[in-house]
Design a binder for this molecule. Structure first.
Ligand code: MSP
Length: 643
């Protein structure tokens, strides 16, 4: 069995999934599908490729994020891991497993790795005094700091002194350097390899792999000191082997070492240096490749919640189709470099490459076969008139990450193959050949070559756009799109042009897409995964029925003297009129709410606010301090029960 193991980073659960997370995961899926075509149709046990993604759930980030919502931390991480798990099928991701670092199958292996290193005296305790960046959970020495701040994120650092456990990472500096030099493909692209070599020119310190529980209890307990938990990166990196049931599991024996760890450039040091040293210390082989891709910006700016420009991958896939979104991600930016996302670029890429180029070529060729050959694939051509083999070699290099080729280049060659096929059709003018019976054989040749080229283009884009490849296979009368070998189309097979392979996006639809992908100012960038305030404890229906909610109509409103928050309202409850005091003066002017239909708690005990009696309470949504009154969608009489 061909062995191929590909991984993505495991994503922190303090954030909702965004374009960056989708990028690495789509890229990994594309490579998994290239190495194991039809994997989505196979039973998981028959797959040749093991593709892993997951979530990184320990550490300060998760703990602080959970604290903000007020939820118990395990519930918080469960809910957030599910958001990632639910997203991937929408992008047609075919991961074989999804590892969560809070699962016992993982925690046990982290403890095993820690104990193994401790037994080998590769972990020691020492007093640590220095600087600590809380958000990054990293220690820094005085000389590391940049203007007194964290050199990585620029935020303020705290001075701390505490006992901790250290891994003898420095022991592996020389061996690691040698490994990188002897294996030029180990770290890709070459610019990242040079970056790591540069980093290793400076003395490599030992790695602090513990955090005292007194400061951070949310982690995996050290098996040899119950007062400490493992440093979140030590914990997280082990996921790549814990999922395979290291050290004796069948999967571990089959799949380790990983063929490719795909990561973003932000986490290169932790993978290329920390993880490699950890593996050397555990006496395990290093991954074959670590590929660090670049970062996406959005309309030239860094993606951030506060800028409200975070692109939600689920929304993008829904707006343009999962295939089209996947294609854009892999085709727009050379893999390894930074790139910029905009809805306009997405639309243009789909129209230019997919609708106009590939889509038109397919329908042009299929329509000619319909017209000139009664919808049947003609006899096989004697020559491969299009220079297919050159394109295939270049395409394969890209998909196999043969330096400096990447899947981006593979797509480049696919488009060049399309252009060449178009040129071939124009040069041979089948419409002219069709007019002359003497050219019958030549026309067969041209149509077969064109149709076979279209099929091979489908095989080339299949890992990127699996659904489109299936649609194309159907048009060509095939059960599946087949392989890159020339000549798989069988003469006599019935074909049909049918609907366009990729519909063009018109101006109106483009505007719609832009609106879907551009959050309006003030609107949360992605659907907030957590309730801003924790849910109250569950109640029974009987508890709920104790609250008498009624519709009411505001008859009159005026400010309460000496209060800038309160309005005094007269409301009509149908069976009576009431005076209610509401704390909404900063959100509504009296004239704004007069005549409005609201919902109120009608059986609340009367209270006096700023000397004014209030008999009832209006319902309002509290949107981070902005109050929005609740009413009924349609006008109803006052006093109707709401339940
Ligand atoms: N939990 C760690 C990884 C541990 S792996 C053992 C982590 N998680 S993360 O949620 O911050 O995700 C990091 C990865 O998401 C990056 O390495 C990259 O793959 C992807 N991206 C996050 N933002 C990105 C962009 N803006 N652009 C492209 N990819 C980026 O670090």
């Amino acid at each position: 069995m061909k062995r191929f193991y590909i991984t993505t980073p495991i994503y922190y659960v303090n954030d909702v999934p965004h374009l960056g997370h989708a990028y690495t995961t789509v890229a990994a899926d594309v490579l998994a599908r290239y190495h194991d075509p039809q994997r989505d149709k196979k039973d998981k046990n028959d797959r040749e490729v093991f593709f892993l993604t997951g979530t990184d759930e320990h550490g300060q980030k998760a703990e602080q994020a959970a604290k903000k919502t007020g939820e118990p931390i395990q519930e918080y991480v469960d809910r957030h891991a599910k958001v990632f798990q639910d997203l991937w099928p929408k992008l047609n991701i075919t991961n074989d497993d999804f590892i969560r670092t809070t699962e016992p199958r993982h925690t046990a292996k982290v403890q095993l790795a820690l104990q193994t290193l401790k037994d080998k005296r590769l972990i020691y305790a020492a007093d640590y005094e220095g600087w600590y960046c809380v958000p990054d959970e990293r220690f820094w020495t005085e000389k590391d700091l940049k203007e007194g701040n964290c050199p990585d994120c620029g935020r303020k650092v705290d001075q701390i002194r505490e006992k901790n456990y250290f891994f003898r990472m420095s022991d592996y500096q020389k061996r690691l350097m040698e490994h990188i030099i002897q294996n030029p493909d180990f770290i890709q692209p070459p610019s990242r390899r040079n970056e790591v070599l540069g980093f290793l020119q400076k003395p490599l310190g030992d790695l602090c792999i513990s955090r005292p529980k007194s400061r951070l209890p949310w982690g995996i307990e050290l098996p040899f000191d119950h007062e400490y938990v493992a440093y979140v990166w030590f914990d997280a990196l082990v996921n790549y082997i814990s999922v395979l049931d290291y050290p004796d599991g069948k999967n571990f024996k089959t799949y380790w070492p990983a063929s490719v760890h795909l990561i973003g450039k932000d986490i290169l040091t932790t993978h290329a240096v920390y993880w490699s040293a950890m593996l050397m210390a555990l006496e395990l082989p290093l991954p074959e490749k670590i590929f660090a891709h670049g970062w996406w910006t959005v309309d030239g700016k860094k993606m951030s919640k506060s800028l409200g420009n975070v692109v939600a991958p689920g929304a993008a896939a829904e707006a343009v189709g999962a295939d089209q979104f996947r294609y854009f991600l892999m085709r727009e930016v050379p893999f390894g470099l930074d790139g910029d996302f905009s809805a306009a670029a997405l639309v243009s890429r789909i129209n230019v490459d997919l609708a106009n180029n590939i889509g038109n070529l397919a329908s042009r060729v299929l329509s000619m076969i319909e017209k000139y050959r009664n919808s049947k694939i003609p006899a096989k051509s004697k020559e491969k008139a299009v220079d297919w083999i050159t394109y295939i070699i270049k395409y394969r290099n890209g998909m196999q990450l043969v330096v400096p080729s990447t899947p981006y280049h593979a797509l480049d060659h696919m488009i060049a193959f399309c252009d060449d096929t178009n040129r071939f059709i124009v040069e041979n003018a089948p419409w002219t050949l069709a007019k002359n019976e003497a050219d019958k054989e030549k026309l067969d040749d041209v149509l077969y070559t064109a149709a076979e080229s279209v099929r091979i283009i489908g095989v080339m884009f299949a890992p990127f756009m699996p659904d489109a490849a299936e649609r194309l296979a159907k048009k060509l009368g095939l059960a599946n799109i087949g392989t890159l070998d020339w000549g798989e189309l069988e003469p006599g097979t019935a074909v049909s042009a049918g609907e366009p392979l990729f519909p063009r996006i018109d101006e109106n639809k483009a505007k719609e897409i832009e609106a879907m992908l551009t959050p309006k100012t003030g609107e949360p960038a992605a659907a907030p995964a957590a309730p801003a305030t924790p849910l109250a404890p569950q109640i029974t229906i009987d508890d709920f029925m104790k609250v008498d909610l009624r519709t009411a109509r505001v008859l009159h409103a005026e400010p309460v003297p000496k209060s800038n928050k309160l309005l005094k309202l007269k409301v009509d409850l149908g069976f009576e009129q009431r005076q209610v005091v509401a704390g909404i003066a900063q959100h509504y002017k009296p004239e704004d709410i007069t005549g409005k239909n609201v919902v109120m708690v009608a059986n609340l005990k009367p209270a006096t606010l700023m000397g004014v009696e209030s008999h009832g309470m209006l319902l309002a949504a509290n949107d981070e301090g902005r109050l929005v009154l609740c009413g009924t969608w349609e006008t109803v009489q006052g006093g109707i029960k709401v339940k």
